[in-house]
Design a protein around this ligand. Structure first.
Ligand SMILES: *Cc1c(COP(=O)(O)O)cnc(C)c1O
Length: 400
């Protein structure tokens, strides 16, 4: 089975054929990640959260695998609809939304929505015969820089009150959900949240409210530091165990985003200029913080990047982006050999929260995405060579 962990493109041929900068999205890696997480959480239905990489090629690859989807906006509804996704396999998980967002998703056929407060519950009164609701519970997580429980979720101690309120309004509350934050370092918070939700499900049942669903959200991590495959089966082991506490018969869902898309895209860009400033070499690239590397700002991630075709002694160098702004620097202390104009820089693990948060600042167009399938493409075969022909990423590891 080939994917971006095992196969390395001929970057130079890709650039001469398709230009630079370029993002290469591999559908085989999307399938590989989906299968790995499915094996790690066999009792859980996976709803891919579109937000990190809302691309039709990702949706197509996952749909073929039988994956379900997690939508949050009208644009994401359109993407799913245009890809021919069965709306019964979709959930809408934005805790705060306009009425028109609700009616738009209902019109598509999506039936399950998320609320976390009284105002949001009231919005569903007109739709109470068609919409089913999950109540999102907040479990703050200081271990991740992307802590989603600050912005969303009802406190566990206030959850039953909200459930009772929704019942009085005649709403159809189907279950609970949470999101313990993205790229979590371990499964500790997932397990604590599952335990507390299991207790809430039991308390609700004792009051005659039988909830059928527990949605354990996203947050599943990838290994950015080494650009290596995360052992997701081992990571999920405590989660599999914690799920044993959930009342029998509860339907389990998850909303993975990053884990599925991050390893599936790489960035190839080119040195367009060089200078020496403050005693260091500065290399100016044709992609940067305002575009494919935007995740370094918004998502607090540093991507593994290296110069695949240049050897020689390394020194502390700076990689800067193409805009005229001073924050457009993607690495300030990266160990690199002496590069020349036209040399190539490759960024790995760049499929999640990268191009989806890119801008066109300075009137620079967003980087094109080339879709490949390393497991199936015949036409592109000549552009790929199997390991270990490539240089080791480890040897060129970042220092900052
Ligand atoms: C962003 C988001 C996800 C995906 O989270 P990851 O950490 O990328 O897995 C899932 N669910 C909701 C509600 C989100 O907002």
């Amino acid at each position: 089975m080939k994917n971006l962990y095992t196969v390395n493109p001929d970057y130079r041929s890709l650039v001469s054929r398709y230009g630079s900068p370029l993002l290469v999205l591999d559908q085989a890696t999307i399938r590989h990640q989906y299968r790995a997480l499915s094996r790690a959480l066999p009792s859980v239905t996976l709803h891919y959260a579109l937000k990190p990489l809302p691309h039709p090629a990702v949706v197509a690859a996952l749909k073929e695998e039988g994956c379900s989807f997690d939508l949050a906006t009208k644009g994401e509804v359109d993407l799913a609809r245009n890809a021919g996704v069965d709306p019964d396999t979709c959930i809408h998980t934005h805790p705060i939304k306009k009425d028109e967002e609700i009616s738009y998703a209902l019109d598509y056929g999506c039936r399950i929505f998320v609320i976390d407060n009284v105002e949001e519950a009231k919005k569903f009164i007109p739709y109470r015969h068609m919409a089913r609701l999950l109540v999102r519970v907040s479990f703050p997580n200081p271990e991740t820089p992307v802590d989603l429980s600050k912005k969303f979720g009802v406190l566990p101690e206030e959850c039953l009150d909200l459930l009772r309120y929704a019942r009085r309004l005649g709403l159809d509350v189907a279950g609970l959900s949470f999101h313990v934050g993205s790229q979590v370092p371990n499964a500790r918070r997932h397990c604590e949240a599952i335990e507390q939700c299991a207790a809430l499900l039991k308390q609700a049942e004792a009051e005659g409210m039988r909830l059928e669903i527990l949605d354990i959200g996203g947050g599943f991590p990838v290994d950015y530091e080494n650009a290596r495959e995360q052992d997701i089966y081992a990571f999920c082991e405590p989660i599999r165990e914690a799920l044993g506490q959930v009342p029998e018969g509860t339907r389990l869902l998850a909303e993975p985003g990053r884990f599925i898309s991050a390893p599936a895209m790489i960035n190839i860009c080119t040195v367009v200029g060089k200078a020496t400033r403050f005693g260091k070499p500065w290399y100016y690239l044709d992609d940067g913080i305002y575009c494919s590397y935007s995740g370094q700002l918004f998502d607090h991630v540093t991507y593994p990047k290296y110069a695949p075709y240049v050897d020689g002694p390394v020194r502390e160098s700076v990689l800067a982006g193409p805009t005229c702004d001073s924050i457009d620097i993607i690495a300030e202390n990266i160990m690199l050999p002496d590069l020349q104009v036209d040399d190539i820089i490759v960024g790995k693990m760049m499929g999640a929260y990268t191009i989806s948060t890119a801008t066109e600042f300075n009137f620079i167009s967003k980087t094109e995405i080339l879709i490949v399938d390393t497991d199936r493409d015949e036409e592109l075969k000549s552009l790929y060579q199997v390991e270990p022909a490539r240089k080791k990423v480890d040897a060129l590891k970042l220092v900052s």
